[in-house]
Ligand binder design. Structure first.
Ligand code: FES
Length: 187
């Protein structure tokens, strides 16, 4: 009887240890998860909080004269990347020949550009804020030959309109105007 009581005590103690260990593991996992989420969110939060000198730059002028047809550059405006592409005639044609009913966020190509060859837009995916691929030669451009956001697979066309994937909206067009034939002011 005495042995049995001791066994029960040991069992109870072991059971208590197991519970404590399990609680600890659970708490540790939750804590690590929270820290992980905070670290993952930081670059995005940081991107959304540009430094004071960047904020002060309300507008920026870009010289387009050295950009060849089919080339893109990325400018910075208020801490955000701005994609500027000199589109080829094929890209313009493909962007113009799209039925509005095929678009998730219907917008005519002509409504997104001031001159057909120049596409100017903020290079931030409208899903969760990643910077899509497609600016550099050799990068994946997605199924619509524009830009591709690999985080969850959003495909944008040659007008920067969302065509496939979770992003809800087209890439945003910033306020800009042509100062002359080969330069623009953004902002
Ligand atoms: S942020 Fe672009 S698909 Fe998720």
């Amino acid at each position: 009887m005495a042995g049995s009581t001791t066994d029960q005590k040991v069992e109870a103690e072991n059971g208590g240890d197991t519970e404590t260990r399990r609680d600890f593991l659970l708490i540790s996992t939750v804590s690590v998860g929270a820290v992980g989420a905070a670290i993952a969110a930081w670059p995005f939060i940081d991107l959304m909080n540009p430094s004071a000198d960047v904020l002060a730059m309300a507008s920026t002028e870009i010289d387009l004269s050295s950009i060849e047809e089919g080339q893109s550059i990325t400018a910075m405006w208020r801490g955000k990347p701005v994609f500027i592409r000199k589109r080829t005639s094929e890209e313009i044609e493909s962007a113009s020949n799209v039925e509005m009913m095929d678009l998730k966020d219907p917008e005519q190509d002509a409504a997104r550009v001031q001159k057909p060859e120049w596409l100017v837009m903020i290079g931030i995916c409208t899903h969760l804020g990643c910077i899509p691929l497609g600016q550099k030669t050799g990068q994946i451009k997605g199924e619509y030959n524009g830009w591709f956001c690999p985080c969850h697979g959003s495909h944008y066309d040659t007008a920067g309109r969302i065509r496939k994937g979770p992003a809800p909206k087209n890439l945003e067009i910033p306020p800009y105007k042509f100062i002359d034939n080969s330069s623009i002011r953004i902002g």
